[in-house]
Unconditional design. Structure first.
Length: 297
């Protein structure tokens, strides 16, 4: 493998179609697409400073590097990209890419990042300003993910997450086959319009969370500050360790809870016989939907 060390590359497509090259302690400064169509490359201690640095690459490895703010849209259409111990300050990184492996990576501006991608593995990744992170992406795996950004994984499929902290309004919307273990999730309207969602040993805080779902499982979960949950959810299997503020018109399944503040089961909206509620302590019960202008707690 050819070695390029302590060099500065400038100009458009500076290392276009690079193949079997190792870059060490380098700067890719002005000039778009410096490594476009590169193949089998290793980059260590690099600074990427301009747009589209790694488009259409195959088998690229990046370590101990920085993607500056203007290196936006940097990794589109790539295949088999491995990034470790790196800070990414640019938005819109990764689009229609396949095979993304990130370890100890920080995204400081992750807006519109990782759209329409597949075969993703994230370990010890921190995501800031991550609105619409990983939209329409599939085969997504994460451990120790720390995310702050709304609309996380909208339209995603085949998702598995462990030991993570997710601060996200409208997370997991329009998703299919999601499993989350041992994590904290905070954000209103969690999981709407999705299919086959499963949460195990999770703490969830979500205003009107977990509604309009076909196939919802909650095992040994805590629902803090969660109200009007489970509206029009079918095939629910929920085991809740604490008090749920309010539940509204689930379609079918079993709900076990330590306590329910308010239970709304309107036979004009759902077949109430299809849902079994197992709870010794229920505060108020309604068989009509309350006035929508009055908040139910």
């Amino acid at each position: 493998m050819k070695l390029n060390t302590q060099q500065t590359f400038s100009g458009e497509r500076a290392e276009y179609f690079s193949k079997d090259v190792q870059y060490d302690d380098v700067v890719f400064c002005d000039g778009e697409s410096p490594l476009k169509h590169a193949k089998n490359i290793s980059v260590n201690k690099a600074s990427f400073e301009w747009k589209y640095p790694l488009w259409n690459t195959k088998n690229a490895s990046v370590n101990n590097s920085t993607f500056k703010e203007m290196s936006r849209s940097g990794l589109w259409y790539s295949e088999n990209t491995k990034i470790e111990n790196t800070v990414i300050d640019a938005p819109k990184e990764f689009r229609r890419a396949k095979g993304i492996y990130l370890t100890n990576v920080v995204f400081n501006n992750a807006a519109e990042t990782m759209w329409n991608c597949s075969d993703i593995s994230l370990k010890d990744v921190k995501i800031k300003a991550g609105d619409y992170f990983a939209m329409n992406s599939s085969n997504f795996y994460a451990e120790n993910l720390d995310l702050n950004g709304n609309y996380f994984l909208d339209g995603g499929k085949n998702i598995e997450i462990h030991n993570s902290k997710l601060l996200s309004k409208d997370a997991f919307w329009n998703c299919e086959n999601v499993t989350v273990y041992d994590s904290y999730i905070n954000g209103e309207y969690l999981g709407w319009n999705s299919k086959n969602l499963k949460f195990v040993n999770c703490t969830i805080e979500s205003n009107q969370g977990l509604c309009y779902i076909d196939g919802l499982t909650l095992l040994n979960c805590t629902l803090n500050n969660t109200d009007l949950a489970f509206e029009y959810v079918s095939n629910i299997n929920a085991e809740i360790k604490n008090k749920i503020i309010s539940i509204k018109n689930p379609f079918s399944g079993i709900i076990k809870a330590e306590e329910i503040g308010t239970l709304i089961m309107n036979p004009k909206r759902v077949d109430v016989s299809k849902t079994e509620i197992i709870c010794d302590k229920i505060g108020e019960k309604y068989t009509e939907d309350p006035n929508p202008n009055e908040r139910i707690y």
